[in-house]
Design a protein around this ligand. Structure first.
Ligand code: G6P
Ligand code: MG
Length: 219
């Protein structure tokens, strides 16, 4: 296929449903500290770095922690989160994702990962996708969190694709905003009412027709 376009995938909530593991682990942390938060509040944590997530959660619980305790809680959360990740294998790849990845590979369309997670490589390895990406940009490579466009701009540059020719799959509000801020084509994976700012929204990858991808790539 003749295309000057490239694709950037977010990881958590797009390729795998680790968003549910993040939620469980953050909720346990909040509960252990004596409060709770809702699924709606959790939407605000998606795409947000580990540190910023804990800051938000502590705000909700109206708690302040010392620097040391803050670090300890972040480590505990990650430990708990990783206990879920440890059980993952390629069956955890969300329905329809593999088909899109295979299509991109068959058609020589470059694609990258653009995630805020510091666990991204570990997870990709577990689901056998680590070697498939042309570039991986994760939480260890960026200094500015989504909705800042940094992560996607670095990914597009690594693919040698112009921002306006980059197609981003995202499940978070912050991530859709980051893609829009980068002047990229944003595709929200989730609910229209949450991700309405995206150029296109699909409930999940099984809703995405390969013809739609083909049209976007050859436009
Ligand atoms: C993704 C998730 C967030 C998570 C962040 C950092 O963006 O959507 O929920 O907080 O990555 O992940 P990490 O694995 O480094 O804690
Ligand atoms: Mg996500």
């Amino acid at each position: 296929m003749e295309t000057n376009k490239g694709v950037i995938f977010d990881l958590d909530g797009v390729i795998v449903d680790t968003a549910k593991f993040h939620f469980l682990a953050w909720r346990k942390l909040a509960n252990d500290l004596g409060f709770d938060f809702t699924k709606e509040q959790n939407e605000q944590l998606k795409g947000v770095s580990r540190e910023d997530s804990l800051k938000k959660i502590l705000d909700w619980g109206e708690l302040e922690l010392s620097k040391t305790e803050f670090k300890r809680q972040m480590a505990l959360k990650n430990e708990n989160y990783l206990s879920y990740v440890a059980k993952m294998d390629e069956d955890e790849i969300l329905p329809g994702v593999q088909e899109v990845i295979d299509y991109l590979i068959e058609n020589n369309v470059p694609f990258a990962l653009g995630s805020a997670s510091k666990n991204a490589r570990n997870i990709l390895k577990k689901i056998n996708l680590l070697d498939k990406f042309d570039a991986i940009v994760d939480g260890t490579d960026v200094s500015k969190a989504k909705p800042d466009p940094e992560v996607f701009l670095i990914a597009a540059e690594a693919l040698n694709i112009k921002p306006e020719n980059s197609i981003v799959f995202e499940d978070s509000v912050a991530g859709v905003q980051a893609a829009n801020n980068a002047n990229m084509i944003s595709i929200g994976i989730g609910e229209q009412k949450t991700l309405g700012e995206a150029n296109y929204v699909f409930t999940d990858f099984t809703e995405i027709d390969i013809e739609f991808i083909k049209k976007l790539l050859t436009k």
